[in-house]
Design a protein around this ligand. Sequence first.
Ligand SMILES: [Zn+2]
Length: 257
Amino acid sequence: MMGNGDSRPGAWHGKAGTAGEIAYQQLKRQILTCELEPSTELRAGELAADTGFGRTPIREALTRLVHEGLVEVRPRQGYRVQEITAVGVREAHELRLLLEPAAVELAIERATDAELEALHDLAHASYDHGDRETYERFVLENRQFHVRLAAYGNRRLASVLERLMEDLQRLYFRSLSFQDTAGEQMHEHHELYDAVIGRDVPTARSICVEQIQASHERVIETLLNDLTGPALRQAHAVLHTQLTPHLRRPHTTSGHW
Ligand SMILES: [Zn+2]
């Protein structure tokens, strides 16, 4: 069930390393692409046997993934792929709403023309609905676009954003197969790119806010489709409260921060 060494673009930081590093990259990729579904039990012994990595590298990998919040460890029951909850999704998007428009504004103030223009290809990346291979590449290029743009403004802020987008990546990935939003997402990126190149702060900020809201809606819809029972009821409750209202359009409340 486990893949072999993988050189596709979605194999994160695919540099050769120790067995623990490779096991970590491989497991992480499988979790982020939902090849290993949320709530899947992970038995270190079986993983070691399936992958041929041995127990120590697998334990190392699992420990790192627990630290990153992608795997949880439960007393006497072992490891499990972290569930995705509606509250977690909302929190991550609320944080994106606070951070990303500010980062885009700083990037417009601080980046050179050449730096901004270097984002052209990432901003125009796309995927083919129905072709899973292209989803993995797109999800990665999408994240790079947002994070590189933010990093021109503030590198620390960009690293927090990167972590947030990684947290959401499993749902981004699922949402691509759930419905075809390629056109919508391309349009969002082209608009943001054009606003940034034109150094138009108010437009860039408002596109950024709309984009995060649209992303939140796509992800929540995907989640509603996946869930059952109490988790589904919780997701409905989250859907009805929506994102915290004063976070929804920060550029219209205080104007500048
Ligand atoms: Zn995007």
